[in-house]
Design a protein around this ligand. Structure first.
Ligand code: AHR
Length: 626
């Protein structure tokens, strides 16, 4: 029996409860959300030769010549197009018609009647043809020729338009044909399909649509480990990620591959804007993943970096970096409320975080007192290490939880026990890790249980975001198993966990409704004495403006469970409501790229009364919206 005390819904739901977390992992941007299709566009990824072959020509990765007898290629490092791209590909051709191929990120998405916009820097070559071609070389989907290329660097734009008969496939590649002989120099070759909201240098439409469907309220970026980097030179150095994409040098991501930084600070914020979310900015805090860090005065340039970065995000036209943002294409400041200092600094065993955190905190608060600061380490740990314990100020603490489903059930009441006098909680990374590359129904159940805890405690929890968000499911692309949304070059799909997020994010009021539950059945998690958990979990919120109620119930076992639902209080209740259900006959069932709709939410109408019965199917997440 479950009683909803509708008249006692007093505590506020955080308006930023459900959001998104992102970083460059699993080919999330390159070969993922960032719509640019060609791999290694600036020839930065090279095959190095070791001694004694070190003087052999440096070859680029992911580009191949169709004829290596009548053509040779090498990456040159002198007099490139600009400082950021001082290298380029030089191809020497002794026979006309030789081709240079790029397979994209595990293929290219071919759609009918579609315009692909490309550009390249070139010099020295008279004429080249660019085309999209099938992997069996039988079909040319689109092609165009660029003539009169000068002998100094120039940028050349081209369009490739497929016709109405082009069959959808990812088994395709991009080709540059050298129409003459001689030396052809090429730099930064890019190709974009249509992008979300037609943004230049934009993002993939299907993935943006899926994220919008989650109704996210914030976007935590740029990480994750991606903020920190494996080396100092590979930290997220925001200055190198803004402005003309042709002038961004790129850097190595901590997950073992190259990032062009085509997805830079402005693209992150436009992404947030386009999905209706606000940015939640994590700044580099002087610590990198190998434990190396800076303290004291050496930290000052990095604090200045953070202040300038914030100015880029929210500064007006009269500020240096606000003006730069406007020049880069975004007039209005972004609605920034939260800044996070670093990422997972509980891994910093040197104990330097307290000092680093405090320096950042003081400097940011002095200039931007309205911003709320998120610490990546909890208050007690900070105080233990601090020289000035009383001055450590904590607005919000970021907690990360990667668990299996049973641990999610064990933790389902974790935040009910937290002291409300302490800092607010940001659950900046969490996931139930069951299934790969994307999660299965068992994970979705664990996730939903955890979200009942987040939601019931959303007076304390100011925000929460699942991680990782994306995985390219092509062979070799994944670094982190159990992800929310999977895709290849052509298609994308949501895991059951994704649909749980869609359901929770779209059915949320602004007040927490207290619930009393009686006789909730328990089940054994393991044979260990007392290791039991409830079979069902619940939370409810209400919209104080229109009285709409959102009840969420999760049934995690194979048992069908009947619930007597009492709607207590004088509040008027809508008689017509609807039910949204996500269920599976087996907990390890899932969705895949080829079978994307195995487990999806089903909506139906229900009659609501003040005393009613609902039946929860086995392994199910149910929402009543009335
Ligand atoms: O989400 C994957 C990684 O997990 C993040 O980069 C890091 O913050 C955490 O350890």
């Amino acid at each position: 029996k479950m009683t909803l005390h509708l008249d006692n819904a007093e505590k506020n739901v955080s308006p930023t409860l459900y959001g998104l977390m992102t970083e460059e992992i699993n080919y999330s941007y390159e070969g993922g959300l960032y719509a640019q299709l060609l791999r290694n566009p600036s020839f930065k990824e090279i095959i190095r030769h070791r001694m004694p072959f070190h003087s052999m020509p440096v070859k680029p990765k992911f580009w191949e010549l169709t004829d290596s007898i009548n053509a040779t290629m090498r990456v040159e490092y002198n007099k490139g197009v600009n400082r950021a791209n001082n290298n380029y590909l030089s191809v020497n051709v002794t026979k006309p018609g030789i081709e240079l191929l790029n397979n994209g990120f595990w293929g290219l998405p071919i759609h009918s009647d579609t315009e692909y916009n490309g550009s390249l820097f070139a010099k020295g070559c008279s004429s080249i043809t660019v085309k999209l071609e099938s992997d069996d070389n039988k079909t040319v989907y689109a092609q165009t020729t660029i003539n009169n290329i000068s002998d100094v660097w120039g940028k050349y734009y081209f369009k490739l338009l497929t016709n109405s008969k082009a069959k959808e496939t990812k088994d395709a590649h991009f080709v540059i044909t050298f129409n003459g002989i001689g030396t052809y120099d090429l730099s930064r070759v890019t190709l974009f399909p249509p992008t979300y909201n037609n943004r230049k240098n934009g993002l993939r439409k299907d993935l943006m649509t899926m994220m919008k469907g989650m109704n996210p309220k914030f976007l935590r970026f740029p990480g994750g480990n991606y903020v920190e980097g494996n080396r100092f030179c590979d930290r997220f150095d925001w200055r190198k990620t803004v402005g003309n994409p042709d002038e961004r040098p790129g850097h190595s991501s901590p997950w073992g591959y190259w990032s062009t930084d085509g997805m830079g600070l402005l693209e992150f914020m436009q992404w947030a804007e386009d999905v209706g979310a606000e940015p939640l900015l994590a700044v580099f805090a002087g610590y990198i993943l190998n434990g190396d860090h800076v303290e004291g005065d050496a930290l000052k340039p990095f604090i200045q970096d953070a202040l300038d970065e914030i100015e880029y995000v929210i500064g007006g036209a009269d500020t240096k970096y606000g003006a730069q943002r406007i020049k880069d294409g975004h007039q209005q400041p972004f609605p920034l409320h939260y800044v996070e200092i670093g990422n997972e600094d509980f891994f910093d065993i040197s104990g330097s975080y307290s000092e680093r955190y405090q320096q950042f905190y003081n400097a940011i608060k002095e200039k931007y007192p309205q911003l709320k600061i998120i610490s990546t380490i909890d208050g007690n740990a900070l105080r233990t290490n601090a020289e000035n314990p009383d001055e450590i100020k904590l607005d919000i603490v970021d907690e990360h939880y990667y668990r299996n489903a049973k641990d999610m059930y064990r933790s389902a009441f974790q935040y009910d026990k937290y002291d409300r006098k302490g800092p607010k909680i940001f659950c900046g990374e969490w996931a139930t890790r069951e299934g790969k590359p994307t999660t299965n129904m068992n994970a979705a159940l664990g996730d939903a249980v955890w979200m009942t805890c987040l939601e019931r405690n959303s007076d304390l929890v100011m925000g929460a975001c699942y991680a990782p968000l994306f995985v390219n499911v092509s062979p070799g692309a994944m670094q982190w198993e159990s992800d929310l949304i999977g895709y290849d070059a052509l298609k994308a799909y949501g895991s059951p966990s994704y649909y749980a997020q869609v359901m929770f994010g779209n059915n949320l009021g602004n007040k927490i409704v207290p619930i009393n539950a009686e006789n909730v059945p328990l089940f054994k998690l393991t044979d260990k004495l007392g290791d039991t958990a409830p079979e069902i979990y619940y939370t409810a919120t209400k919209d104080s403006n229109n009285g709409r109620v959102y009840l969420k119930i999760v049934n995690v076992t194979e048992n069908k469970n009947d619930v007597q639902l009492i709607l207590d209080g004088n509040s008027k209740v809508n008689k017509k409501g609807y039910k949204i259900e996500l269920k599976s006959s087996k907990p390890d069932f899932t969705n895949t790229i080829d079978n994307p709709s195995n487990i999806i939410p089903v909506k139906s109408l229900v009659r609501i009364s003040k005393d009613m019965k609902i039946t929860l199917p086995p392994y199910s997440i149910t929402i009543l919206n009335f």
